[in-house]
Design a binder for this molecule. Sequence first.
Ligand code: GDP
Length: 138
Amino acid sequence: MTNRTFTMIKPDATEKGHTGGILQMINEAGFRIVAMKMTHLSKEKAGQFYEVHKERPFYGELVEFMSRGPITAAILEKENAVEEFRKLIGATNPAQAAEGTIRKKYASSIGENAVHGSDSDENAAIEGAFFFSRLEQF
Ligand code: GDP
């Protein structure tokens, strides 16, 4: 168990002006932001990031969506960060997301679900390094 996870505020939430609201929920839940940037993924970069989903039927849609507009990427620190952050974001499908979660409040569908959260310590490290050098992590 490490104390860091990785997140992205996805294009749907960025377009709707929810970046500030989501960052506030993250801070209020006790996460410390140790790296953050706003960027726009190319189709190629979005495809690389979601390479593990390459065989899934929604891969093409996911790549289109994630490269549609700007995102905010961040590394977050808290004890048991991966699990705690998955609890804060809620289920992939907002219809199944618990009350008080980010996806319950801000997601509109299973695809356009406002935020990403790493699913393991190993992936958190890989995903964080995809966006941030050591010099950009505080
Ligand atoms: P997560 O770990 O909760 O983000 O969910 P997954 O790892 O299963 O899926 C990764 C991302 O792919 C999700 O966050 C969604 O943006 C997208 N996704 C998952 N299932 C579907 C689907 O059935 N249709 C579409 N269009 N996108 C999906």
